[in-house]
Ligand binder design. Structure first.
Ligand code: GDP
Ligand code: MG
Length: 92
């Protein structure tokens, strides 16, 4: 993938950020980001998944969903981030 910043390479690990719609993976993780409105949930997730930081504030209404796929050495990891404003609305 070219439009996403690639992580800094290390000698031990080789990283490659893959497109969001990449379907293959070896390991899958689901992460839930919980917090009151305006604490920085969307910014944190955008920075982690797209390396983007925006100072504009658009309140998350209900639920936001982000996908992040990365290849580390020979393993493809799929991260699914769910952002909730209100922890009381989570159904696992
Ligand atoms: N200075 C600074 N501002 C931040 C940081 N994280 C979030 N913000 C600002 O805080 C506001 C709310 O962030 P946002 O991620 O939209 O909050 P959310 O409602 O929890 O998703 C935005 O105006 C962001 O620009 C941070 O680490 N530093
Ligand atoms: Mg938000």
């Amino acid at each position: 993938m070219t439009e996403v910043d690639q992580p800094i390479q290390s000698k031990e690990y080789k990283y490659e950020v893959l497109p969001d719609d990449y379907t293959q993976y070896d390991l899958s993780y689901k992460l839930i980001v919980i917090g009151d409105s305006g604490v920085g949930k969307s910014c944190l997730t955008n920075k982690a998944t797209k390396n983007i930081f925006s100072e504009s504030y658009n309140a998350t209404v209900g639920f936001e969903f982000f996908i992040f796929n990365i290849k580390i050495n020979d393993k493809i990891l799929k991260y699914k981030y769910g952002i909730h404003v209100n922890k009381n609305c989570i159904k696992v």
